[in-house]
Design a protein around this ligand. Structure first.
Ligand code: ATP
Ligand code: MG
Length: 247
């Protein structure tokens, strides 16, 4: 469904992605793991056209998208839930969701989508008139995800959805992601919560300093000594970091 080949992205003269190649088949849940500053967010921004790939190609369902504008890419069916959520705190839950459906001209379709999203997240229906800024962190993350779902994306890009949530809410958000995946949405998930992410993902890529350094299934990655040491808190040179995640 999505294929990146040799993607290189720059901020000014500084190269952030050094020839990134990765692939996601329809129906998969693939995760990108990596430390702060590795380039995870940059990969998602490059896919959705927020920043431009200087070199390399990105294909989505056989169409080349790496020269397209962000609006065109959304319309093709790629939804992006950015890091840090970026919901509109002064708008109600429902208004936030309507913003997500901005490309829908038909009010009936908009209403149907809203009902569909509420089926996934009943708590949002209960709180549809509440200002989004007054929701809990987990609920705000649900609004951010739901807003992207309003356009019924074929591929959903999720940038660190568990960041800043308490352990119980982290569990909830991973349950939510798993349920979305099981309902048929293809997902590219960026996470630092390695244990959780690998458990629900079909496949994982480990990014270091803008390069894919390892890739594999949960079992394959778990067998890699470097992954165990750096990300799972095992092995000889255990490095304490937020990459541990709850075991
Ligand atoms: N707008 C920007 N201008 C200049 N440099 C940037 C910009 N955005 C990101 N970078 C740099 O690109 C590199 C990759 O950043 P990116 O945000 O993709 O990392 P990340 O893996 O998502 O990190 P984190 O886990 O902290 O979110 C970093 O060195 C960062 O400083
Ligand atoms: Mg990031």
């Amino acid at each position: 469904m999505l294929k990146l080949v040799g993607v290189e992205t720059f901020y000014g003269k500084i190269k952030s992605l050094h020839g990134v190649s990765l692939e996601i088949a329809a129906g998969q849940l693939v995760c990108i793991l990596g430390a702060n500053g590795a380039g995870k967010t940059t990969i998602l921004k490059t896919i959705s056209g927020i920043v431009e790939a200087e070199y390399g190609t990105i294909h989505f369902n056989e169409r080349r998208i790496d020269r397209m504008a962000a609006e065109e890419i959304v319309a093709l069916g790629i939804g992006h839930v950015p890091e840090g959520r970026h919901i509109f705190p002064e708008l109600t839950v429902k208004e936030n969701l309507h913003m997500g459906g901005f490309l829908l001209k038909d009010r009936h379709i908009l209403q149907a989508r809203l009902e569909e999203v509420y089926r996934h997240f009943p708590v949002l229906q209960e709180r549809e008139k509440q200002l989004a800024g007054t929701l809990s962190g987990g609920e705000q993350q649900m609004v951010a995800i739901s807003r992207a779902l309003m356009l019924k994306p074929k591929l959903l890009l999720l940038d660190e959805p568990s960041l800043g949530l308490s352990p119980i809410l982290v569990e909830d958000i991973f349950d939510t992601i798993k349920a979305l995946h099981e309902s048929g949405v293809t997902i590219l998930l960026v996470e630092q919560n390695v244990n959780h992410a690998l458990r629900i993902a079909d496949y994982g890529y480990v990014l270091t300093a803008g390069k894919i350094f390892l890739s594999g299934t949960y079992d394959e990655l778990r067998e890699e000594e470097k992954v165990r040491e750096m990300y799972l808190g095992e092995g000889k040179y255990v490095r304490r970091s937020k990459l541990w995640g709850a075991a």
